[in-house]
Design a protein around this ligand. Structure first.
Ligand code: ZN
Length: 268
């Protein structure tokens, strides 16, 4: 199984067939659909940018209608490339000025848990036994900090989640070929994951190209999640501007893709 691009309600979203089969309502959004224009065309979910709150709010409404959540149920964080996993017990809505810092959010309530990316890796986790879920943002720093492993651990603490019950989907992100980094990135990965990680780092002309998708898959397996239960998307955000915003391609004048999951629905 893998990912499918679904056109619904005028927007295009990627869904993980493994998450879908487990009963988890979720989406990895693209830029297709929505009402924003210019650099933000068109399904922009980025709150703090030059795009108007009116447009961004309409984009969220379209997605909310498509997936069946209420705007009041939205939970999002200020992403800081750290290792903090926060637990959410209530919806927070859009446009809060005081969004808490975190790069992963977990809950077992019927909320809509969001993370945002424009090259970084979005990861959604779903506990088939309890319906608890997580949304994780992993750039190279978060990956080197094992943010996804921290989310698995926190789900165990808060909800009794067993790693073997977790279904994971690693969404669209920058590919290994496009992601040129300095040697310090390879060093940070080796520090976290050991010498094994070398097979996910391609060396080219004094630079390192980490495969962030495969490293996060390795991190999930290390945390006890079965590779059978992990979907890995091979779409690259930098290679495919028709579908995705890419920070590497355009810098900061851009929207963001969202990854969203609704805990507690149809747990199997
Ligand atoms: Zn690429």
């Amino acid at each position: 199984m893998s990912f499918r691009l679904v056109e619904t309600d005028g927007i295009e979203i990627f869904v993980s067939e493994k998450l879908e089969k487990a009963g988890a309502v979720h989406a990895f959004t693209t830029r297709v659909g929505g009402v924003s224009g210019g650099d933000y065309a068109s399904l922009n979910l980025r709150i703090n940018c030059e795009d108007s709150h009116e447009n961004v709010g309409k984009n969220y409404e379209i997605l909310a209608r498509t997936l069946g959540f209420s705007i009041d149920d939205v939970v999002m964080s200020r992403q800081v490339h750290g290792k903090l996993v926060r637990r959410a017990d209530a919806g927070e809505g859009l446009f809060r000025p005081d969004r808490p810092d975190a790069d992963a959010v977990i809950s077992d309530r019927p909320l809509a848990l969001f993370v945002f990316v424009a090259d970084c890796v979005p990861i959604l986790l779903y506990d088939r036994a309890t319906g608890a879920a997580a949304a994780v943002h992993a750039g190279w720093r978060g990956t080197a900090l094992d943010i996804v492993g921290a989310a698995v651990e926190r789900m165990a603490e808060e909800y009794g989640t067993r790693a073997r019950d977790i279904v994971a989907a690693i969404g669209p992100h920058i590919c290994c070929g496009c992601f040129e980094c300095g040697g310090e990135v390879g060093d940070a990965m080796a520090e976290q994951y050991g010498a094994d990680v070398a097979r996910f780092l391609v060396k080219k002309g004094g630079k390192v190209h980490p495969d962030l998708g495969l490293i996060n898959m390795y991190a999930l397996a290390r945390a006890g999640v079965s590779e059978r239960n992990i979907d890995l998307c091979d779409e690259c955000t930098r290679c495919t501007p028709k579908l995705f915003w890419s920070h590497r391609l355009t810098g900061d004048r851009r929207g963001v893709q969202g990854a969203v999951i609704l805990p507690g629905r149809d747990a199997k």
